[in-house]
Design a protein around this ligand. Sequence first.
Ligand code: C2E
Ligand code: CA
Ligand code: CA
Length: 402
Amino acid sequence: MSLNHVVLFSDAEVIFDKGDEGNCAYIIDRGRIEIFLVDGGTNTPVAILGPGEIFGEMAIVDGSPRSAGARAVGDCSLTVVSKDQLYERIESADPVVRLLVRMLIKRIRENNEKLISHKTPVAANDVNVTENPDEAVINKIRFEKELNEALKANEFVMHYQPIINLKSNEIAGFEALIRWDSPQHGLVRPDLFMGLAEETSLIVPISDWVFDESCKSLKLLSEKFPQENLFMSINISGKQFSDPDFFDKMLAVVKKHGVQPSQIKLEVTETLLVEGDFVKILIDKCRELGFNVSLDDFGTGYSSLSYLSDFSFDNLKIDKSFVKKMGADNKTAVIVQSIVSMSKGLEVPVIAEGIETLEDLTSLTSLGCEYGQGYYFSKPVAFSEAEEMLSNASTIVFKRVS
Ligand code: C2E
Ligand code: CA
Ligand code: CA
């Protein structure tokens, strides 16, 4: 069947019958269409549709035969919508939207069946739509609602993990890491909820809150410890880059808290860079405005090396998976060594994540890695502990490697 051709029907002509295979839908251009249910020998009209309305779409969405018939009321002209045109769109839609569409169609079909057998419409809650529920999608909707409420109830908190200058053993700055302090679930790690937030529009207000809160903490710490010249690393999600107000919002927040863009390192991951030129322009703009940009999780994505030549960064963060493996695996150690020496050539200082042991630290310092963070120094901590850590910095565990 060719795409979008027009078909004409004369009064009372049947367009399709109950039980027919559904291989297309129709848009009414002119005239009216009656949808009828077939009950034994009698036809019961259930709807009259007019120009601009679409019908015959249900069988395409769920692949079942037509559950009702359709016939012309007077002469009419219809545009045929092919199965592929609708099907591709539905299949590429968000899983939640797909589930909703399928559920609605199931509900209509069940209603139609009951209408014929009882001759009375059934209440929506009388219909069993949970016979085959997609648990994962339902849970996602619930969780999304909870996240939205968490944002409103101010249940998110920032923790701060110190980033150590490995030459001086001093705290150079902190990475701001979000947690959800849920009354129901306890302290929830970001990898359990930020992915879902990222799939929805929720990531933008959450990220706005993260930026504001982290700048507020940076201001308080810089005022209390001015000599430390501290920076704050803030993780940026892909959706923030698509927010047309991204730059205006960041500039307004730094102004509000009286911090300098140069005190902030925006952490972006390799996965964001696959978007290409558009992201390059945004990264360059961040840097033009005075923000530093760090390439996070380096080595875990694709084509890491080409990114280094195509994009400009102020720091490169070696992913913790490399640091974890380098002690036991010589190949990984060679890769880390290459990353550190390459970054020296590019004059992009390296921050190593996931330093957990003295051995990790010793290897990284001997390679000339400039900065490090990890449980060996400290886990991410609440603001008050970060403050305390700076107060005690001279006596704290940041052991000089002998
Ligand atoms: P990331 O940006 O790679 O952050 C580093 C993660 O490594 C943090 O996990 C940190 O707690 C953990 N880590 C630090 N040192 C060690 C160590 O020595 N050993 C081990 N095993 N892990 C260590 P966390 O806080 O659970 O965050 C996970 C991810 O969630 C982050 O990975 C980041 O991608 C995302 N995330 C966290 N906060 C935010 C945020 O505010 N905004 C956005 N967009 N993403 C965030
Ligand atoms: Ca990060
Ligand atoms: Ca990372």
